[in-house]
Design a protein around this ligand. Structure first.
Ligand code: GLU
Length: 156
C-alpha cells in the first residue's frame, strides 16, 4: 500500500511532503519520491529504500517551490528501483504522476503510447498515465480535461 500527498501554498513544499510521507510510513513501502514545481519546471527526486535516502538529497537542493506531490511506493509492476519509483514524467517533463494501485490495461495503453512516439523510462504500469495526460495537453486539452480523459480509459 503506497502513500500519497500533495501540497500547494506558500511554504517550501519539500519539507511538508517529506513529513507527510513519514506519517504514512506505517503503510509500508519500498521506495519514495517527490515532484516540486519550480519556476524553471518540475524537479523530481526519487530514491529506492527508506525515506531517509530521499531526505538526504532533498536537503541539498532546497529551497524548493511551494507546490508538489509525494509518494511512497509498494511495487506491483517493476522492481523497487529508483527508475521505477514515482513520480513518473511524460516525454517533455511537464506532467508528473503518482498513483496508488494497479492499471489493469496498462500493456494495451503502453503499446498505444509507444506507437504515438512516447519513450518509456520505467517498467511501471503508472508511467503510461503521465504520457496519456501529456498527449492530451499536446492535443489542446487543459490539464484537468486531459486528466479526466485519461482516467476514463483506465481499468483497475
Ligand atoms: N502499480 C504501481 C507501481 O507498481 C503503484 C504501486 C503502489 O500502489 O505503490 O508502481
Amino acid at each position: 500500500m503506497c502513500g500519497i500527498i500533495g501540497v500547494t501554498g506558500k511554504e517550501p513544499a519539500s519539507r511538508i511532503l517529506l513529513d507527510g510521507l513519514k506519517s504514512l510510513e506505517y503503510r509500508g513501502y519500498d521506495s519514495a519520491g517527490i515532484a516540486v514545481q519550480k519556476d524553471e519546471g518540475l524537479v523530481v527526486l526519487r530514491r529506492a529504500g527508506k525515506l531517509v535516502e530521499l531526505e538526504s538529497v532533498v536537503g541539498e537542493l532546497e529551497p524548493f517551490g511551494s507546490t508538489g506531490i509525494g509518494h511512497t511506493r509498494w511495487a506491483t509492476h517493476g522492481s523497487p528501483t529508483e527508475s521505477n519509483a514515482h513520480p513518473h514524467l511524460n516525454g517533455n517533463d511537464r506532467v508528473a504522476v503518482i498513483h496508488n494501485g494497479i492499471i489493469e490495461n496498462h500493456e494495451e495503453l503502453r503499446r498505444e503510447m509507444e506507437a504515438a512516439g512516447c519513450a518509456f523510462r520505467s517498467q511501471t504500469d503508472t508511467e503510461v498515465l503521465a504520457h496519456m495526460i501529456g498527449k492530451g495537453i499536446e492535443a489542446g486539452a487543459d490539464l484537468a480535461e486531459s486528466v479526466r480523459a485519461a482516467a476514463r480509459r483506465l481499468d483497475g
